[in-house]
Write a protein that binds this ligand. Structure first.
Ligand SMILES: [Fe+2]
Ligand SMILES: [Fe+2]
Length: 142
């Protein structure tokens, strides 16, 4: 099934990138700032932001057409996790991009923290979706 496959595929890519991002932090710490900033921006826009957009505009509406009240509530809860993560994305990108232009004192540590926070939030959100959504997708979109 197309939507389920896409969700699994996207989530696999996200989790591979999260792993890479955790490891890649070493590069930033060792001075590979430009490369790090480039990867950070691409990851945020290409995976997190566009994946959430697809879920909100396509996947969730398709599920909501068919599912029962309890499942609707679940999807609603999942969707509510998106805005705070997008906020973390903005904070993270701002920190990384302004650092590449003009680093401030203590900013490197803030980037490391923001990186960890974002990785953790995306990881836990993706896990929640896999646990909660996959069975609903299986039920209605297979
Ligand atoms: Fe999501
Ligand atoms: Fe997702």
């Amino acid at each position: 099934m197309e939507e389920q496959d896409r969700l699994i595929h996207n989530h696999n890519e996200i989790s591979a990138l999260l792993k890479f991002f955790t490891e890649f932090l070493d590069l930033f710490v060792k001075g590979g700032v430009a490369e790090y900033a480039d990867k950070a921006n691409k990851f945020c826009d290409g995976f997190i932001v566009s994946h959430f957009k697809w879920e909100e505009e396509t996947l969730f509406p398709d599920l909501l057409k068919n599912c029962n009240d309890q499942e609707k509530e679940l999807i609603d809860e999942i969707q509510k996790e998106h805005p705070p993560i997008l906020k973390l994305v903005d904070t993270f990108k701002d920190l990384v991009n302004s650092y590449s232009v003009q680093p401030e004192e203590g900013q490197a540590l803030k980037i490391v923290e923001a990186n960890h926070k974002l990785v953790e939030a995306v990881h836990s959100h993706a896990k929640n979706e896999e646990i909660e959504l996959f069975s609903i997708i299986e039920k209605y979109l297979k």
